[in-house]
Design a protein around this ligand. Sequence first.
Ligand code: ADP
Length: 259
Amino acid sequence: MAPAAHCWRHRPSEGGAGLIRITNVSKWYGNFPALKSISLNIEAGERVVICGPSGSGKSTLIRCINGLEEHQNGEIVVNGIELTSRSHGINEIRREVGMVFQQFNLFPHLTIRKNCTLALRNVRKMGSAEADAVADKFLARVRISDQADKFPGQLSGGQQQRAAIARALCMAPKAMLFDEPTSALDPEMVKEVLDVMTSLAREGMTMVVVTHEMGFARQVADRVIFMDHGQVVEDGPPDSFFSNPRHERARAFLDQVVH
Ligand code: ADP
């Protein structure tokens, strides 16, 4: 984990060919190859679901996109900005790409509103009243205005995850990355989070979602990417992925997760 080991380099002359461009990206943990020469192009407005067996590299891939993990080979360019392996620049990444984690990752000692305003104040240098107004707008958007003055531990899991989504939206990201956003939730809370994500998708947000929620993938995704052993094995529209997966490993996966 080396979030500070990256910097983003503006390459405006090469913009316009995909909001997120991943070219021949490889990553090792020690000798273990977690990502093996991944290439993907994600356009603005696309809704992409990444699925695959546990340990196939899904989380590593999206953590590389926002610079939480360092890739060793290849190139990642988001909105014309290249992520390189030089030092500093994490705040630039946060401006471009919002991230929602399985375990919410809210700061427990801050109220929900303050969780939302922290980066606005520190990164965007916004004044207190303006930051509060932005936070309140997005807390209303995820329908938890009434929780704004509480601490994360006082909220249900579904409410905490909606707060985490609001916190990411406050930064007006170009794209949102979701790393198994419903996996830590009790079943009755999964829908309220998926509903928020579905409405974001309908509004045109570019989304990359690692999830086992295949109903969401069917209904919301433009594209389903299936990963196995650090590689992209399938990449296509949900209809063809679900009705006619080309690879045996994808068929075996679907047999397990689609009931
Ligand atoms: P997925 O999200 O598909 O479950 P991950 O991207 O979390 O897979 O992990 C891919 C592989 O990399 C797994 O074999 C996992 O054990 C390994 N891995 C993930 N994070 C680390 C780490 N920090 N150190 C060593 N190995 C890791």
